[in-house]
Design a protein around this ligand. Structure first.
Ligand SMILES: [Zn+2]
Length: 168
C-alpha cells in the first residue's frame, strides 16, 4: 500500500475581460446579474438575513433564477443555487446549462464587496449536472468590487465524488 500526500491549490488571477469572456457573454452576464440581484431581494431569509440570488442560462437561452429559501427547521431550507438548478432541471430537463451567476447581500452590510462562493453541497449538485451534460458550466461569482469567473464546476470540486465513483 502506498501513501500519497494530496494538496489542492486555488489560483485567482486578475485579468482583463477579454481574456476570460467572449463578447457575446458580456451581455448574458449582465442580464444574469440583474436577474440575480432582483431575485436575491425577494429571498426568504428571515433567520440569516442574508439574501442570495442565482441566475442561470440554458443552452437555448432560457434564463432561470432563484433565491435562498430558509425554514425555522434550518436544514429544511435550500440554497439559491440548488433552488435555481433544480427548477431548471424540472422545466428544461434535456438542456445543458452554460452559465450560472451568484450574487449576495446582507441586510446589515448591503451588497457584498467580495463574491460569495457556493457551499459544498451546491458544488456537488452543480458538478453532477456538468458531468451529465458533458459540457462545462461557467460559474460567475459577483461582488461589488470583484467578479470571479470560474470556467468549470470541476475546478470547484477537486477529488470529487462522481457518479462513476459508485462503480469503484
Ligand atoms: Zn449551497
Amino acid at each position: 500500500m502506498k501513501l500519497h500526500r494530496v494538496t489542492v491549490e486555488t489560483k485567482i488571477e486578475t485579468s482583463v475581460q477579454d481574456d476570460i469572456l467572449e463578447t457575446w457573454e458580456t451581455e448574458i452576464i449582465e442580464s444574469l446579474r440583474k436577474e440575480a440581484v432582483e431575485i436575491a431581494r425577494k429571498s426568504y431569509a428571515p433567520y440569516s438575513k442574508f439574501h442570495v440570488g442565482a441566475a442561470l442560462r440554458t443552452e437555448s437561452g432560457a434564463i432561470v433564477s432563484g433565491s435562498n429559501q430558509e425554514n425555522a427547521a434550518y436544514p429544511s431550507g435550500l440554497c439559491a443555487e440548488r433552488v435555481t438548478l433544480f427548477y431548471a432541471n424540472a422545466h428544461y430537463p434535456n438542456e445543458s446549462v452554460t452559465h450560472l451567476l451568484i450574487y449576495a447581500e446582507s441586510e446589515e452590510l448591503g451588497p457584498l464587496k467580495s463574491p460569495i462562493t457556493p457551499c459544498a453541497a451546491c458544488r456537488q449538485v452543480l458538478l453532477e449536472k456538468e458531468i451529465v451534460q458533458n459540457k462545462p458550466i461557467k460559474i460567475i461569482l459577483v461582488g461589488e468590487e470583484d467578479v470571479y469567473i470560474i470556467p468549470s464546476v470541476k475546478s470547484l470540486v477537486p477529488l470529487s465524488f462522481v457518479p462513476d465513483s459508485l462503480n469503484g
